[in-house]
Design a protein around this ligand. Structure first.
Ligand code: HXC
Length: 257
């Protein structure tokens, strides 16, 4: 598949998607996001892929939705075309997705990173929801996901002022799982992705589904869901392999069954 706005690559069991509109700091046009959705579909179908990494450039993960595309929009057009809703595809991905963020992750860029399962940031990363400065509200989950990540006070301040957070603040606030030096970002993220991809795919998918439940249900329901997933994991060959390997003091060879 030939893409115009992204690059894709398979590295062993890891699918890599690189946003590639350098002249626009990876502004997220509808065309770019459609390509991301197609690439995710392909990795989702490919049974050899166990984890996906989404990244941008050293200067920008993504500087937001494409302002030049949005500028002529009116309400009717936005509503009729269900503008932005196709982006939800990223959050619906069933296999784990890691965001490797360097440089700007602003507006839709920050929202896109937050749709991934976790964010590993380079030390030059900057996160923000500057939509307020453009006369609009965040539209891809900024007010909702950022609040869940960093709490009401910081999310409210970020969304009301458009202030950017640097990587240190983002890590302290719980938005990113960890920070690595810019030069090491991709190497470190690939190590993490490979580690995940080496585990049993049905089980990593169950883990993802279970953690995501924590955002969408009561504690009692979430615990019940987790317990059922835990019971279900005993129906996999990989459970026998994982526990058998421990008892036999050898490395497990998971077969995604
Ligand atoms: C379209 C963009 C863009 C964007 C940058 N560019 N961000 N084009 N949409 N979001 C373009 C610029 O127009 C410019 O193109 C080129 O990228 C380089 O940008 P500069 O501004 O010259 O770079 P710099 O001075 O380094 O400043 C970097 C920056 C700034 C601070 C990130 O570009 C910026 O403030 N960008 C907008 C950030 C923003 O407001 N994002 C939220 C968008 S709204 P030319 O052709 O002039 O060289 C949003 C809504 C989400 O995301 C709701 C639903 C998803």
């Amino acid at each position: 598949m030939a893409y115009e706005n992204i690059l894709t690559e398979k590295r062993g069991k890891v699918g890599l998607i690189t946003l590639n509109r350098p002249k626009a700091l990876n502004a997220l046009s509808s065309a770019l996001m459609a390509e991301v959705a197609t690439a995710l579909d392909a990795f989702e179908k490919d049974e050899r892929i166990g984890c996906v990494v989404l990244t941008g450039s050293e200067k920008a993960f993504a500087a937001g939705a494409d302002i030049k595309e949005m500028q002529p929009l009116d309400f009717a057009r936005a509503y009729l075309t269900d503008f932005i809703t196709p982006w939800d595809r990223v959050a619906r991905n069933r296999k784990p997705v890691i965001a490797a963020v360097a440089g700007y992750a602003l507006g839709g860029g920050c929202e896109l990173a937050m749709m991934c399962d976790f964010i590993i940031a380079a030390d030059n990363a900057r996160f923000g929801q500057p939509e307020i400065t453009l006369g609009v509200v965040p539209g891809a989950g900024g007010t909702q996901r950022l609040t869940r990540f960093v709490g009401k006070s910081k999310a409210m301040e970020m969304c009301l002022t458009g202030r950017m957070m640097d990587a240190e603040e983002a890590e302290r606030a719980g938005l990113v799982s960890r920070i690595v030096p810019l030069d090491d970002l991709m190497e470190e993220v690939m190590k993490v992705a490979e580690k995940i991809a080496d585990f049993s795919l049905p089980v990593t998918m169950m883990v993802k589904e279970s953690v995501n439940r924590a955002y969408e249900t009561t504690l009692a329901e979430g615990i019940r869901f987790e317990r059922r997933m835990f019971h279900a994991s005993f129906a996999t060959d990989d459970q026998s392999e994982g526990m058998g390997a421990f008892v036999e003091k050898r490395s497990p060879q998971f077969r995604n069954k």
